[in-house]
Design a protein around this ligand. Sequence first.
Ligand code: UDX
Length: 453
Amino acid sequence: MVPPAFAQRTTVSVTVGAMTPARIVVVGTGYVGLTTGACLAELGHRVTCVDVDTAKVARLNAGRVDIMEPGLSELVARGLTSGTLSFVVGAREAVRAADGVFLCVPTPMGAGGAADLRAVEAVVAEIADVLPSGCALITKSTVPVGTAQRIRDLLGRSDLPVVSNPEFLREGSAVADFLGPDRIVVGSDTPGAADWVANLYATLDVPAVVTDAASAELVKYAANCFLAMKLSYVNAIAELCDRLGADIEDVTRGMGYDRRIGRSFLRPGPGWGGSCLPKDTSALLRIAESVRFDFGLLDATIEENLAQRDRIIAKIAAAVGGRLADARIGVLGLAFKAGTNDLRDSPALSVASVLCAHGAEVTAYDPAITGDLPGMLVADTPYRVAKGADAVVVLTEWPEFQRLDWAYMAELMHGDSVVDTRNLLEPRAILAVGLSWQGIGRPRAAARTTSVS
Ligand code: UDX
């Protein structure tokens, strides 16, 4: 029997006071699930993480973490040692004594851009009849608005509250983001259920936004799509800077002091990517379509991201004399951002692949990536990419690229062009070794470079 729709509440409260340790099961030990499990154990809960991958569960029980995430291995080790964290195969057994079950299985982009919920639905079907009465089912994965209701329908039980508790973790700082969040968002249509989940985080003493289920589900999309829009906007302003002779660093500095705008997420680059922003922008567009809303602003946000990549390709082509075919291009950075080895929807990899498709000979280096990729050689040292290169292109903002011996890079190169799509390098340092430098939206810095050389 599905519970009746409860009166919608949208309140803001602050979680303070004592936290009662709970028995938590986390289904899925990917990036979100593992971080959630290890951090909830750190907060004092007794956590069992479940996965279908037997080998991975064995590795995790031995303290081996596959993903690159600062602090995560340490938390896993601490949880295993103290006995508050364990890893098992098989959700049915694990959930029998749970107070709350977090669903952290993948929700990839399915056909047509909508989120594919099959993994979530499969888990719900697997555990529906063995969940103890009163156990909260909590979605952490980004799920379309209406998923809580769909899960309630699938469960077919009125004694199980369903709660949406979206995560806002960034790769590379997921543990810090979990343990020091700006806010917790929890939504449910079952009275008291969202407050119970908010209380799991009580020791963090941060604002909790407690809402109905649909609002919590929408917060995640609204936030990520807003970030994507901010980046598309700043990349477009950078293009204007290139055309008008202004400097994007000065422009964003001038914008960022306005507290309504804020300083973060104003760095131009080769476009936004990663495992969330591309997937969530497409999914929200499909959600809008499903209710016949023409979300032109979001559509333009996605289009602008593709246009940015094309502009970067054109810039690189110009740097090698207009012809990419047979040009030798050294690429610095393949990951979608620094601090991760994640190549999912990486703009850097996308640019490098397009260069290859145009017939360029690409050698790439990324401190976190080993093994060759389709069409390109992946070198094990940054200097290898400079050897004989007509141009060197910075695509990911790894700080170590700033500390390279650029005089040696210049010696190794055949041409003299450096295209810095992250505005990472100090133009004068590049100039000083006789190379030319071009960034994004910094035509004057490039001109200064050229004039002194
Ligand atoms: C993002 C959200 O920030 C996070 O809240 C959500 O839970 C998951 O998606 P993440 O994918 O780890 O996190 O990456 P993020 O640091 O947000 O960067 C996203 C993309 O924007 C990257 O491609 C990055 O290089 C780009 N970016 C970010 C810029 O180009 N300029 C900036 O100023 C910031």
